[in-house]
Design a protein around this ligand. Structure first.
Ligand SMILES: [Zn+2]
Length: 306
């Protein structure tokens, strides 16, 4: 009888051990596979998940794509999304391909970093009609440090609920990164406040929120959407504004052709500078801060008091 009892106990022990080993394996193998839509979302998320165990992070659009205006998903993108659990987007209409991704992968958890920013400013007019795409919000929110901080808070909160075991590290990383961004914003505000010249011409409408944050006036935009060259009339209008002394510098963007801006500069004698809307570059987590500091240097040089 004792022997049978011993045998039974041994059996229970073995079953238990196998079961536990199985569970342990599952815990160790559980990963969170995150995909970000484009460069600024990647850099933000890389800061939040830094050092978190079992997290993979990939960026969808290759870094040279720049802004996602009119971006079409490739076959490789679909494979990347198929293997992802979480897809982090900028929102505000930047990812016009989103419907295609969510209908192909209904289980994919989408984190819209700008959800709270655009909340209340609904896309429907008083009659309940959806606004057409040309009336959509300006989606370049990450170019404002304050709004980018809101995006980072949103991404962090959502990641904490998807992956509670890493919640503490996400929270800690987020706080440290936001502290650095607040310092950067303060430094930029202090420096830019010294400038008397505040009128600028930008390449596309990426710098609207940036200009708001630093009290700059965007007097003209060369290309409303990148790739759409200004008409002869629009060019003449920009040239007139600059000739009338209403703009102090033209800022091109590293991602796009400088042809139109060069024509304007030749006509007016105004100097060209380059501001980076932080949509391309190497996938490294310090990129946002480094590129913003560089933007500050460029602005100070371009608009320095004569
Ligand atoms: Zn853009």
């Amino acid at each position: 009888m004792k022997k049978i009892l011993l045998l039974l106990l041994t059996l229970i022990f073995v079953v238990c051990m196998v079961g536990c080993a199985d569970n342990n394996e599952k815990v160790e193998n559980s990963t969170l596979d995150i995909v970000t839509s484009f460069y600024p979302m990647y850099v933000a998320t890389a800061n939040i998940v830094d050092g978190a165990e079992g997290v993979t992070l990939k960026n969808l659009a290759s870094p040279e794509v720049g802004c996602l205006h009119d971006y079409q998903l490739t076959t490789n993108d679909m494979i990347t999304l198929e293997n992802a659990e979480v897809f982090i987007i900028n929102g505000g209409g930047m990812e016009s391909f989103l419907d295609k991704a969510t209908s192909a992968y209904p289980d994919l958890k989408v984190i819209n970093a700008s959800e709270e920013i655009f909340e209340g400013s609904s896309n429907y007019d008083d009659d309940g009609h959806l606004h057409s795409s040309e009336h959509k919000e300006n989606s370049h929110v990450w170019v404002s440090i304050s709004l980018h901080i809101k995006q980072i808070e949103r991404i962090c909160e959502e990641l904490k609920t998807c992956d509670s075991k890493n919640a503490e590290i996400y929270e800690k990383n987020k706080s440290e990164y936001i502290k650095k961004l607040e310092e950067l914003k303060e430094e930029m505000q202090t420096e830019i406040a010294k400038l008397e010249n505040r009128n600028i011409v930008t390449f596309h409408e990426a710098f609207e929120y940036f200009a708001d944050e630093f009290d700059l006036n965007v007097v003209a935009v060369i290309e409303r959407e990148p790739g759409t060259s200004p008409s002869a009339g629009e060019l003449a209008e920009i040239i007139e504004k600059i000739s009338n002394g209403n703009a102090d510098a033209i800022f091109t963007e590293p991602q796009y052709s400088k042809t139109a801006a060069t024509t304007i500069a030749t006509e007016t004698g105004i100097l060209l500078y380059e501001l980076d809307p932080i949509v391309s570059g190497t996938l490294n987590k310090d990129a946002y801060i480094d590129k913003m500091k560089n933007n500050l240097e460029v602005l100070m040089e371009a608009l320095k008091n004569e």
